[in-house]
Design a protein around this ligand. Structure first.
Ligand code: 13P
Ligand code: SF4
Length: 351
């Protein structure tokens, strides 16, 4: 959480104590100066900083007023009374903040902040699916852009996807765009799923009166698709007592071989509440450092070559410049915003 000491030296000392295992001390000195500057700018501009769990440790543990997963940060964005929201995350998250707080200025520190899932589907794709499966409700993962949310009935995050899908009881639904998450939820809720994009024969089927209960899309997270069952088997061989946690965007066989699956905040809570000495995190690598810094007595194993290139774009320098130069402003056209808001509000009402 925010390090608010009144001098660079004090901030540096706090950072060294918490982060020197993860960040070289020379870098920490420079980062302490940036943190001090960001804190001053934040006050001057009446801004709040929201930091996703994937931010690099020196950012995650210093400047955000709130850290969390997509759902938690969306809730904070909706509640804030500050004039400016600086979203240290990726574009779809900053858009969700704008949808929920349209009167605020929302800044994304990176000009792009992409996401392979958000880029896997367009609003036109959703309209075509609706034509193909008339009357079938569309559930959309929040890792999508605002115009796709606007075509949807309800959104969900990895933190509430099962509750949202179960709210439709045994009705058939379209679940977009994450293929693995859709399969994981289908398994958990006992729904049979088909993929019109993967199997053209499915294109001819209509949504009414058929035996399947979910229609999916073929989007994938470029980070989580890299984890394999073999990774888990190899680590378990070396450390038989390891507890394995996987994000819901991982392949179903990976989830099946893990001890826990859920959202990023769900994984953080699980580590905090479990007594085991050692954990393997199958998710973005910086989050392992962030949990390790907060739980110094527990060992976090992670496959460290795996970083989200989009989350990695956000640095303390970029965050300082966002506040200093009022950049990069996130705008969502009013018509799209209103329709997307209805889908996000329905999600928040469910859980
Ligand atoms: P969470 O909502 O679980 O934080 O996930 C966001 C994300 O992009 C995971 O890759
Ligand atoms: Fe998107 Fe995957 Fe990066 Fe999350 S980790 S922002 S899903 S590309």
């Amino acid at each position: 959480m925010t390090v608010t000491a009144d001098s660079v030296e004090k901030i540096y000392e706090i950072m060294v104590e918490k982060l020197s295992k993860f960040v070289p001390k020379v870098e920490l000195r420079y980062k302490a100066e940036l943190t001090f500057e960001i804190n001053q700018l934040k006050k001057e501009k009446n801004a709040v900083i929201l930091g996703h769990n994937y931010m690099e440790p020196a950012l995650f543990h210093t400047v955000p007023d709130f850290t969390g997963d997509s759902l938690g940060l969306a809730r904070e964005a909706a509640k804030t009374d500050k004039d400016i929201i600086v979203f240290c995350g990726v574009r779809f998250m900053a858009e969700t903040a704008k949808i929920l707080s349209p009167e605020k200025t929302v800044l994304l520190p990176s000009p792009k902040g992409g996401c392979s899932l958000a880029e896997s589907i367009t609003a036109e794709d959703v309209r075509k699916l609706r034509e193909q499966y008339p009357g079938v409700p569309v559930v959309t993962y929040v890792n999508t852009y605002a115009d796709v949310k606007a075509e949807s009935d309800v959104c969900c995050t990895s933190g509430n996807a099962v509750e949202v899908v179960e709210s439709f009881k045994d009705q058939t639904i379209i679940f977009l765009p994450d293929e693995f998450m859709a399969k994981n939820i289908a398994l958990e809720t006992g729904k049979h799923i088909i993929f019109p994009t993967n199997n053209p024969a499915n294109l001819k089927k209509s949504g009414n009166g058929l035996d399947y209960r979910m229609i999916g899309w073929n989007g994938k997270c470029e980070v989580h698709e890299q984890f394999t069952v073999e990774d888990i088997v190899n680590v378990r061989k070396q450390f038989p007592d390891v507890v394995v946690l996987a994000h819901l965007e991982c392949k179903p066989e990976v989830i099946n071989a893990s001890d826990y699956s859920g959202s990023t905040s769900g994984m953080i809570r699980y580590v905090e509440e479990t007594k085991a000495p050692r954990y393997l995190l199958l998710t973005e690598c910086s989050m392992g450092d962030n949990i390790a810094a907060a739980n110094p007595k527990k060992e976090m194993l992670r496959l460290c070559s795996i970083r989200c290139p989009h989350m990695n774009e956000i640095t303390l320098e970029q965050t300082r410049d966002a506040l200093k130069l009022n950049r990069y402003v996130i705008d969502v056209p009013e018509d799209i915003r209103n329709r997307a808001r209805a889908a996000v509000d329905r999600m928040i009402a469910i859980g």
